[in-house]
Design a protein around this ligand. Structure first.
Ligand SMILES: Nc1ncnc2c1ncn2[C@@H]1O[C@H](COP(=O)(O)OP(=O)(O)OP(=O)(O)O)[C@@H](O)[C@H]1O
Ligand SMILES: [Mg+2]
Length: 430
């Protein structure tokens, strides 16, 4: 009996956690962190999977999220499905097979081309606004959503004003429910609540991350979303005449630099270490190639930096040397002696440093992002210089790492400090 109650979502769900009645194509659950988004989508997918032979696409930002959150997580498919219904779980493929013949197929938004071909009855897009290539992945998935009388999908996400999401919201066949972190407080561990409130309460970003509001331009911020959107390139440039995805070719880079803004402490409450990869091409265009920022020990982020250095064929690591003293240089030099590290000092205020980089973005065609970097872009478009140094404000580490890298490569080239290498230099692997 108890066993059955646990799996009966109709007993537990709040009204906004179930799709509205009616004839919709997509149900969008737009809500703050910890609201119960993942659980709601997993439960809805479970209802669909109860019909034998149903094929369900589960599309997450990365393979790791699909496996660790959508399938194995505490709100994921394996935890909402009674074990006696499961036939097998193929972990490496990210596929769950049920005894009734229904199957969940996991996909990562980093590989939209994998979605080309397979057909589904239902699709779940998890944390959609965190996808690196949201438009491509949505287009591909919708093309394959063609089984049954009325294929449908659920999109769960914290809101971000990205064009693809705004278009989905404006579509009359989309239904939207909304929610706030506090709505689900009684089901969240105290530590999670404490962390979220400490990080976001009272800040502008908190309206997005906790209250699930869609924030447009924020007064006082140095960057505008539309500047980044205007010059963004997507890895998947389009569909060719045979229906195959075509890839965007990055130009050759004159130089590639990794900006690092290290967290001084580590542990659960520590700041993130900003790690951003930036290239400069032969036309003088700056390319933001990757955001690998992370929370972790100095050994962990040093390893991440070293990996990025190799993978992108970078020339130099520019690292802020502030409270941590020589920590960055030392950490990197000790473990990875071959990496050239250029320490930089925060002698001016953050705003003085960031403003010229923001002005570059304002000028069309000067700085281009390869895909979306949601958290980096959130920091750029919400950080208000008037908050600098205030206690209780999360520090914009990703933005700092970006600013250091852009300064370094543009100054070293235009300031004459850089010897221009052979033009048959490498094209970054991406
Ligand atoms: N109506 C509910 N009744 C009981 N527990 C719930 C309910 N809704 C959500 N939960 C539980 O709350 C916790 C958080 O839910 P979930 O992981 O789905 O949130 P989320 O919005 O996806 O969070 P995040 O922003 O971290 O991705 C989970 O343990 C989930 O099972
Ligand atoms: Mg979730």
């Amino acid at each position: 009996m108890l066993h059955r109650l646990k799996y009966d979502w109709s007993l537990w769900a709040r009204p906004e956690q179930r799709p509205p009645e009616g004839d919709w194509d997509f149900w969008l659950y737009l809500a703050g962190r910890g609201t119960g988004k993942t659980r709601s989508a997993a439960e809805e997918a479970k209802l669909r999977a109860a019909v034998p032979e149903t094929r369900i696409a589960v599309v997450g930002p990365t393979h790791g999220v699909v496996r660790d959150v959508c399938i194995e997580g505490r709100s994921g498919i394996l935890s909402v499905t009674p074990p006696d219904m499961i036939e097998k779980y193929n972990r490496s493929l990210g596929q769950v097979w049920l005894k009734n013949g229904s199957v969940y197929f996991g996909y990562s938004s980093t590989e939209p081309d994998r979605l080309r071909g397979p057909e589904h009855h239902f699709a779940w897009f998890e944390e959609f606004a965190a996808h690196r290539y949201p438009q491509e992945v949505f287009d591909m998935a919708v093309m394959g959503l063609r089984l049954g009388d009325h294929p449908q999908g659920v999109i769960t996400t914290t809101p971000r004003p990205i064009p693809t999401l705004k278009a989905i919201m404006a579509d009359p066949s989309t239904v939207i429910t909304r929610g706030r972190t506090l709505d689900n407080a009684k089901n969240l561990p105290l530590s999670t609540m404490r962390y979220l409130l400490r990080r976001f309460a009272g800040s502008t970003l908190g309206r997005q991350e906790l209250d699930g509001e869609m924030l447009e331009d924020i007064e006082g911020a140095l960057w505008r979303r539309r500047w980044i959107d205007r010059d963004r390139v997507n890895r998947f440039a389009g569909i060719d005449e045979y229906g195959m995805p075509t890839l965007f070719q990055l130009p050759q880079m004159l130089t590639i630099c990794i900006g690092v803004d290290p967290a001084v402490t580590s542990g659960e409450d520590a700041d993130e270490t900003g790690i951003v990869v930036v290239g400069l091409d032969y036309e003088g265009v700056v390319w933001v190639l990757d955001d690998l920022s992370m929370r972790g020990t100095s050994a962990q982020w040093a390893q991440e930096v070293a990996r990025a250095y190799k993978r992108y064929g970078a020339d130099v690591v520019v690292a802020e040397r502030n409270n941590g003293g020589d920590m960055v240089e030392e950490t990197l030099r000790r473990a990875y002696r071959w990496i050239p590290v250029k320490p930089v000092w925060a002698s001016e205020g953050k705003k003085t440093r960031a403003q010229p980089v923001a002005s570059m973005y304002e000028k069309a065609g000067t700085v281009r992002h390869v895909g979306s970097f949601p958290e980096l872009e959130d920091q750029m478009c919400s950080w208000d210089p008037r908050d600098a140094g205030k206690a209780n404000k999360a520090s914009p580490d990703r933005m700092d790492a970006l600013v250091w890298a852009v300064h370094y490569i543009t100054e070293s080239v235009y300031g004459g400090g850089l010897v221009i290498p052979d033009p048959d230099a490498r094209i970054p692997k991406h």
